[in-house]
Design a binder for this molecule. Structure first.
Ligand SMILES: Cc1cc2nc3c(=O)[nH]c(=O)nc-3n(C[C@H](O)[C@H](O)[C@H](O)COP(=O)(O)OP(=O)(O)OC[C@H]3O[C@@H](n4cnc5c(N)ncnc54)[C@H](O)[C@@H]3O)c2cc1C
Length: 490
């Protein structure tokens, strides 16, 4: 496929994307691009007419994705069996809110005025892991019952522009406490129950840069001009959390020397575009400090592949890592701020298909570079494929779980992640039908009031997300599951 369509000219010069990626499924992206997009999950601005010009030429190969008919045909309602009746009621509510675009838009508009007790009763429980450390511990065990052996926990006290009601020192202390009291014990428990120490994905703690400073948006925007001192303080605060991660890894590596992936990881979340330069600088500082050569990474940064500059950025990050002697950990997302991005037409890919192509090429490139090296030798040391898109997840797992990679210890360094409460049928499919062990859920936790913005974004994303998980199918599925239970049939 013409890489010109995916990368900027500048990125083309520098990026080392492999142009030939092994074909792992019967059908290629070419066919995938030609499918009826009105039947597929995400169709914003994506029509046959704007997809056709990008069809790859047959002479080159690219990230190969199974056909939509094999990937979007999800397990019926089996996945709902793992949920209790209250959670099924919540799914029923989400299904009603996402019946169609006008209803969803109305719900999004009304959401800020919905009283907290209703939000808590109706949706908080499916998207959030709890209000306290003890509740999140229990969420971890419930996920384990579903075959999900670790989590990416995120103390979600948020506002994209910073939350000046909350002391950043409190966020640092609580985040460090969550590592010690949730992540480390949970990971050790999972490892001790597993047949192989490398079967369990790491536990992740998300660092939201806007939580680590007062007036964080201004600090991140002006990190190298008027807010240098404040930015140094933000880096220092994030480093305290990362130090806890780094030391836990050193300690656990002594107890389990056979493990090739990290045990716990700090992940820097990506924010809206205008704050990202500051966030990239934060990520680089943390990589340089904690991601030593020839050792598992402790820090993972995030790249939003809906950004037109993201392919070039990935190349730049790799170049900087090589030059400065550190390793990269990456979480690749499509990007969550499309609905609020002021300069959408210039900074975000023009079509959904462009974003999808860029995302799939990005994950393929990272997986190849991780898998072709021995444990802990590659510059890119760890990848989280953070997505609900069945095609992307299947692409990633098909590349990692091959006969050729059977004995490759680096398999543990590619992890698939979905948000709690989102794409549960996709998660189920990966675990139950494809026997993929490296799956985690992003578990937001914290006071319900403070998680309101996070919940709003999830609601917005439900309009973009896998339709099999939403709207009428979800209403029907949760209703019948409840009915069957009442009649003693499930
Ligand atoms: C574990 C995890 C961690 C995450 N962390 C972050 C984070 O730190 N920062 C962040 O920003 N997001 C984050 N996200 C959210 C993520 O960026 C996506 O919004 C979300 O996962 C939906 O994308 P998808 O890959 O699941 O695929 P899909 O549902 O297939 O794609 C939807 C996405 O495609 C893109 N898109 C939709 N329409 C268009 C269009 N017309 N043109 C161009 N692009 C379009 C948008 O990015 C949209 O969100 C995270 C998601 C997960 C699962």
């Amino acid at each position: 496929m013409s890489l010109r369509l995916l990368c900027t000219k500048q990125s083309l010069k520098s990026i080392k994307y492999s142009t030939v990626i092994p074909t792992v499924a019967t059908t290629t992206l070419k066919l995938n691009q030609l499918r009826n997009f009105h039947d597929t999950p995400n169709k914003q601005n994506t029509t046959i007419s704007n997809v056709i010009p990008q069809v790859p030429t047959p002479s080159t190969t690219t990230a190969s994705i199974p056909t939509s008919s094999t990937t979007t045909k999800l397990p019926t309602t089996e996945y709902l069996k793992a949920f209790n009746n209250k959670e099924l009621m919540s799914f029923f509510t989400i299904g009603l809110c996402t019946l169609n675009k006008p209803i969803l838009q109305l719900c999004i508009k009304l959401f800020p005025y919905v009283p907290m007790f209703l939000i808590k009763a109706l949706v908080y429980r499916i998207y959030c892991g709890g209000e306290t450390i003890e509740e999140v511990q229990k969420t971890g065990l419930r996920l384990h019952e579903r075959g999900i052996n670790n989590m990416m926990i995120s103390l979600t006290i948020e506002a994209c522009d910073g939350n000046d009601n909350v002391d950043p020192n409190y966020i640092v202390a609580e985040t460090a406490r969550s590592i010690e009291n949730i992540l480390v014990p949970h990971t050790v428990k999972m490892i001790n129950q597993a047949a192989n120490v490398n079967d369990i994905p790491p536990g992740y703690v998300a660092i939201k840069p806007t939580g680590f400073a007062k007036d964080a948006a201004s600090v991140l925007r002006n990190y190298n001009t008027t807010k240098k001192a404040e930015f140094e303080d933000l880096v220092e605060k994030a480093s305290v959390v990362c130090q806890t991660i780094y030391e836990s890894n050193l300690k656990l590596a002594k107890e389990y020397p056979e493990r090739s992936a990290p045990f716990v990881v700090a992940v820097v979340d990506a924010e809206k575009y205008e704050l990202q330069e500051g966030v990239y600088e934060l990520q680089r500082r943390l990589y340089a400090k904690f991601n030593k050569m020839n050792a598992p990474v402790s820090i993972v940064g995030t790249l939003q592949m809906y950004l037109t500059g993201s392919a070039g950025l990935l190349a730049k990050e790799e170049e900087l890592a090589n030059k400065n002697g550190y390793r990269l950990g990456l979480k690749l997302v499509r990007g969550a701020y499309i609905h609020s991005e002021k300069n959408r037409s210039t900074v975000i890919h023009k079509t959904k298909q462009d974003t999808d192509n860029n995302y799939n090429t990005g994950i393929s490139y990272c997986i190849d570079s991780i898998m072709k090296q021995q444990a802990n030798e590659s510059t890119i040391g760890h990848l989280v494929v953070a997505s609900h898109n069945g095609d992307s997840l299947r692409l990633a797992s098909n590349k990692v779980y091959t006969e050729e990679n059977k004995l490759n210890k680096n398999k543990t360094n590619v992890v698939l992640g979905q948000l709690l409460g989102m794409a549960d049928s996709v998660t189920y499919d990966l675990i139950e039908n494809n026997k993929i062990g490296n799956v985690i859920k992003y578990v937001a936790w914290g006071p319900p009031l403070e998680t309101k913005e996070y919940l709003l974004r999830r609601l917005e994303e439900n309009g973009d997300a896998v339709k099999n998980d939403n709207g009428w199918p979800l209403v029907k599925a949760s209703f019948w599951m409840l009915m069957n239970r009442m009649l003693g049939r499930a």
